[in-house]
Design a protein around this ligand. Structure first.
Ligand code: COA
Length: 152
């Protein structure tokens, strides 16, 4: 099982390397620093064998939570790290009083859409050509219920 812990500035070199490996125009160092400094956002890393292998950033406002970013190092995929990060996000969102968890995902990101469907997210909308290369953004959400947490 990966260990989930808060992200710190000391993690940013590894986090940025994963970000660049995952997204054509990913978050910059400045963007991660802003989320680390934000009172609304919480960023965590997943460590596997003592190495940072993935991360997730979550924001909660009143009863709505949003996954802002999630990625796993390509060399560490299909080992359950994405599931562990989603489990943490659902738990944390419920702890902070959220009733719904939202996200946006590239329509081309089949592994991510598979992950979200596994966690019970449903498509709620589509933004045409929202991302680079005219890739659509799929809007998804999941209703949160305390009894669901830890159920997957
Ligand atoms: C999406 C991502 C985070 C999944 O991470 P992961 O550690 O490989 O995920 P897990 O091993 O925990 O898999 C969890 C579930 O996701 C789904 N999944 C993962 N990879 C998949 C793939 N290639 N195709 C279809 N479904 C996939 C499966 O439902 C899987 O459950 P299962 O193992 O019981 O079949 C990873 O592929 C990634 O970083 N992708 C690039 C970044 C990205 O697109 N982020 C989303 C931004 S919105």
């Amino acid at each position: 099982m990966p260990c989930i812990r808060p992200m710190t500035e000391a993690d940013l070199a590894v986090v940025l390397a994963i970000e660049q490996a995952c997204f054509p125009r990913g978050w910059s160092c400045t963007h991660f620093l802003a989320e680390l400094a934000s009172e609304r956002a919480t960023c965590v890393v997943a460590e596997q064998d003592g190495q940072v292998a993935g991360y997730l950033c979550l924001t909660v406002l009143l009863d709505e939570a949003e996954i802002l970013n999630v990625a796993v190092d390509p060399s560490s995929r299909r080992c359950g790290i994405g599931n562990a990060l989603l489990q943490w996000a659902c738990d944390q969102a419920v702890r902070q009083g959220a009733k719904v968890l939202r996200l946006e995902v590239r329509a081309s990101s089949a592994p991510a859409i598979g992950l979200y469907q596994r966690w019970g997210f449903r498509q709620t909308g589509l933004r045409r050509a929202y991302y680079e290369d005219n890739i659509d953004a799929v809007l998804m959400d999941k209703k949160l219920m305390e009894e669901d947490v830890d159920a997957v």
